[in-house]
Ligand binder design. Structure first.
Ligand SMILES: Cc1cc2nc3c(=O)[nH]c(=O)nc-3n(C[C@H](O)[C@H](O)[C@H](O)COP(=O)(O)OP(=O)(O)OC[C@H]3O[C@@H](n4cnc5c(N)ncnc54)[C@H](O)[C@@H]3O)c2cc1C
Length: 677
């Protein structure tokens, strides 16, 4: 029976490549099973001791094996040890040895028994697995794509270097520690629920593109492929790959923007060619540039004769910005653009900080571009776009804006030309110019409006004008009214340090201070409205400033005017045309001169009057009078406006009859709110 069992054991050992051994420490005798001899390639039954038995051990593993065995001899604890042996033919095998000790009553180890198993194949598989694993890890770590594993709650469990780099972290460890996918990852907050929803519904998400925040707050476009992994133990995580597609996304966006810009230029060009409504065209352009360049704000500023600019229209601003006067020259970036060779690109974060319009500051604008509308030497105004975010505009964006500005310039030139062609006094509302034109015509004056002179020559003591269409006009004298220019060329301003603007006017601030300390300038030479009374008022204001008195400023004063034709045309404040362009609310009343008793008496009935009143405050915001003594009558309105009085004061006052002035009262009473009922 015992023999039978031993035979079975030997067969089992041979099949499993397990040998057993016994070491009698007292007798220093080592006993091996047959399979043990075979494993270590010793002749079965050869006599062995500890030294000889260990001689097959791989030199590199010998010390470790010896240490483990010695330790077990000391503490009597069982051990498991893996080591290599080298057989006489040079082949290496892996052995797993297990041993346990038997101790005597005194606790001394007297005998050790154990097994040795050839685990070469298992060890080779494990080594191959380890190698494959390290290669796989290396592959993941060095992959161009980001690789990740995350919890459904939004924490990264694993990330590779690429993903860390894409998101602006120095290492995967830093990314894993700091990034929370639920809070600070997706630029559009709803993207997280979209991607997790898709993953949960389908198990996988393919090619999901989204914009993510980098560590420094900048953004990157990512394309993710992910799958949901559910472990048998119930743990769920997401794993996948991420590509950086920022360049492609931005290139696509740029192409799309170019297409939008071209379409916008074409649309505005069409409207500019066909349209006659300049305010509508400006409104259209302001919204078109803001939409196309995807910015919060746009503005179109008109250059005033005094060098400052008025905001005519725009997009995105709080109420009150349209109509604002923006200082010209280098005191605003629009003014800077007018005096510069190039479009002005605004970067509020730039050092040193740039001077910008107050409404840009109050709206939190950080970047923008402004280009000139019209020819550089005779600009009409400026067109600007602005963004709250810091944004770098491309050359194409600037060219686009310049293209829109050129279309506007062409339209303005055309419409102004048409206005000039149609009327003698182009600034006035048409009915006032018509008063003068009608009187002139009645007096036999032939008006050839909108006519181009192609040639001027002297013939037989006469001057001959050749006009477009082959017509000719002859006369004794020719008066050419082309405006005035400042006589500052040879004043030596440069030597005194007094700066001139591009048109030759002297540059001075609200206090009339020129660039040279202690030198002030007043009057026509400043380039503002050029009237005797304005120059006179300049000198009064300057006196007050120098004496430290007075509250009026050069900017906010009223400047009335009179055209001394017969009949005269006088005005103060806004015309109806200007109020509409500025978007200012008003109520208007008109009355013909023929309704004024004094005009009938004196047979001076040619004329027209108009007043504009602010519906809220009832203050007069503008008035125009064409007719006899218009230059006198306008002062009724000048005084009321200067006093900030309600137009009701004019209604309530007692006017002398019969005078032209009582006609002014009748005009105001034409407003519904003041009408006699
Ligand atoms: C034909 C015409 C009609 C006008 N009609 C009206 C009108 O009806 N109502 C109205 O309000 N305005 C009218 N104006 C405008 C008005 O004349 C001016 O706005 C006003 O005169 C400006 O005053 P000022 O003191 O600024 O300049 P100016 O009156 O031009 O005074 C400048 C003075 O400086 C002198 N000067 C120039 N260079 C030098 C130098 N190097 N050295 C020393 N002296 C120098 C000049 O000789 C001149 O006397 C008219 C202008 C013109 C040309």
């Amino acid at each position: 029976m015992r023999d039978r069992l031993e035979t079975l054991l030997a067969e089992a050992q041979a099949l499993a490549h397990i040998g057993s051994w016994e070491w009698d420490l007292l007798a220093n005798r080592v006993t091996w099973s047959d399979e043990h001899y075979r494993l270590f390639d010793f002749p079965v039954g050869a006599s062995l001791d500890y030294e000889k038995a260990g001689s097959r051990n791989h030199p590199a593993d010998r010390a470790r094996a010896h240490q483990v065995i010695q330790q077990s001899l000391k503490d009597g604890q069982p051990y498991i040890l893996e080591f290599r042996i080298v057989l006489p033919d040079g082949t290496q095998r892996w052995i797993e040895a297990r041993g346990r000790a038997e101790v005597d009553a005194a606790g001394r180890v007297i005998r050790k028994v154990g097994t040795s198993q050839d685990i070469t194949e298992r060890a080779e598989v494990a080594a191959a697995l380890r190698h494959a694993e390290s290669q796989y890890r290396e592959l993941i770590e060095n992959a161009v794509e980001g690789v990740f594993r995350s919890t459904p709650q939004g924490r990264f469990l694993m990330a590779n270097q690429s993903l860390a780099r894409m998101l602006g972290y120095e290492s995967p460890e830093q990314l894993i520690a700091e990034r929370d996918l639920t809070r600070d990852h997706y630029v559009r907050s709803d993207e997280r629920s979209r991607v997790t929803g898709l993953a949960e519904a389908q198990g996988v998400v393919q090619g999901f593109e989204y914009e993510a925040y980098r560590r420094d707050g900048s953004t990157v476009w990512l394309r993710a492929h992910a799958r949901v992994v559910r472990e048998p133990g119930g743990t769920t995580y997401y794993e996948g790959m991420v590509e950086d597609v920022t360049h492609r996304r931005r290139a696509d966006a740029l192409l799309e923007l170019r297409a939008r810009e071209q379409a916008a230029v074409a649309r505005l060009g069409e409207a500019a060619l066909a349209g006659h409504d300049l305010p509508a065209l400006l409104d259209g352009a302001a919204s078109l540039v803001a939409d196309t360049l995807d910015v919060e704000f746009s503005q179109i500023l008109e250059l005033r004769p005094d060098g400052d600019l008025v905001c005519r229209t725009g997009m995105g601003w709080q109420p009150g910005v349209i109509g604002t006067v923006v200082p010209g020259r280098a005191e605003s970036q629009a003014g800077l653009a007018l005096g510069s060779e190039h479009p002005v690109v605004l970067d509020r974060d730039a050092q040193p900080p740039v001077q910008v319009e107050p409404h840009l500051v109050s709206h939190g604008v950080r970047s923008g571009i402004t280009v000139i509308i019209g020819p550089r030497d005779h600009p009409f105004g400026a067109l600007g776009v602005f963004a709250v975010e810091r944004r770098s505009f491309t050359v194409d964006d600037v060219n686009f804006l310049q293209g829109i500005a050129s279309i506007l310039a062409a339209a303005i030139a055309r419409l102004r030309g048409e206005e000039l062609r149609d009327h003698l006094l182009a600034r006035e509302d048409p009915e006032f110019s018509s008063v003068v034109e009608d009187v002139f015509r009645r007096e036999g004056i032939e008006l050839l409006l909108g006519t181009k002179t192609t040639r001027v020559s002297q013939r037989g003591g006469e001057i001959a004008l050749e006009l477009g269409g082959g017509k000719e006009v002859r006369g004794s004298h020719l008066l050419v009214a082309v405006g005035r220019r400042p006589n500052t060329d040879d004043l030596g301003c440069d030597k005194a340090g007094v700066a001139l603007d591009p048109k030759g006017f002297i540059e001075a601030d609200d206090q009339y201070r020129t660039k040279a300390t202690g030198v002030y300038a007043v009057g026509d030479v400043l380039g503002g409205p050029q009237f005797t009374h304005t120059s006179w008022d300049d000198h009064r204001l300057l006196f007050d400033i120098l004496l430290g008195q007075g509250k009026r400023t050069r900017r906010d004063r009223l400047i009335p005017y009179t055209v001394f034709t017969d009949p005269q045309v006088a005005g103060v404040g806004l015309t109806e045309k200007e109020a509409r362009q500025k978007g200012v609310a008003f109520e208007a009343a008109s009355m013909p001169f023929g309704d004024v008793a004094r005009a009938i008496e004196l047979d001076e009935t040619a004329g027209q009057m108009k007043v504009l009143v602010d519906p809220k405050s009832e203050r007069v915001i503008g008035a125009t009078i064409a007719g006899a003594e218009a230059g006198e009558l306008i002062h009724v309105f000048v005084t009321a406006m200067q006093a900030g009085a309600s137009a009701r004061a004019i209604v309530d006052a007692e006017f002398v009859h019969p005078t032209f002035s009582e006609g002014v009262q009748s005009l105001v009473m034409k407003l519904d709110r003041f009408a006699l009922h």
